[in-house]
Design a protein around this ligand. Sequence first.
Ligand code: ZN
Ligand code: ZN
Length: 348
Amino acid sequence: MPQPVRFVIVGSGASSSLPNLRHVLQPEAKCPVCLEAWENPESKNRRGNPCMLVTVREPKPQHLLVDCGKTFEEAVRRHFRKLGVKGVNAVLLTHGHADAILGLDSLREVQLAREPPDQWVLKAKTPIIASSDTVKEVWSHFHYMLPEGSGSPSLRRRSSLARIVTGLAPHRVKDFQKFLALPGLQVQCLPVLHGGTYVCLGFRFGAKGEFVYLSDVSKVPDDTMKILKSTRAEVLVVDALLKTGPNYSHFGLPQALDLIRELRPQRAYLIGMSCQFDHFHDNQQLFKLQSEGLHVELSYDGLEVEVNLSVDADVKPLDEEPAELELPPPPPRKSLLGSVVQRLCGSW
Ligand SMILES: [Zn+2]
Ligand SMILES: [Zn+2]
């Protein structure tokens, strides 16, 4: 029996986010999209890093966060309270770039929102679902949040500043693997290229791929395309950084439209847009594609989409990972004095 699932795009912009800092600080750049986004806090041109919140309601409300990049804190301030979200039940990562993982440290306060106000120690680790390569990239930035080789819990591990941090429980997934990310929420990993040979994961939600999310893609490999073509998605979210054409690691509008024409989803939303796109003007242009039977829109921060998702009977939740991870040792810890000297010398 398909269940209604809520997808909220809480970040729809490029890695540099909008308004772009350069275009705010350099008014002579005369970027009307960034200036409009700067002046109007409610502007749909105000775009954070690609980020999505997926909510299943039965048997009880649970939330999956897809990516947690540099602008995650702002996404929480703008959207989580409005959506009634206190903490997330799991995090799913597309890849290890800054705009996908650099907000992970800020999860601590979000997760503490599920505890009583006087409670400041987290009771549980946060499951983090990602490819093995992405877990390594998370490790290189946030080694204090992942389990140590000794198997001791990271939950209350003290950093050099005796700081209590969010513990992450990694669950490594493979290309094309199907699993339940939350009860009733089936996900399949779809590898895509994101610049050269760098692999990023796209995700196909539901047994029939009712909702497809491809946030960072420069090329769709044949094996992934075969799966995408096997069913018609109700909703496709697809990368489009530039209006004028492709970037080394991202689709532009022409490539996104080529994919939409090939897959013909019921609705398609663009994501990861730079300030080449103006929400109002370009949505009017995209509306003209209805003459081809295509429904294409720019997504925006706060866009909510509801889709009924089915689940295959044989798809199971992910197993607990062993406490000991086969990861390289964390970078050497600098002494506090060494850090201060380094800062004063300007080589931070
Ligand atoms: Zn701009
Ligand atoms: Zn990226």
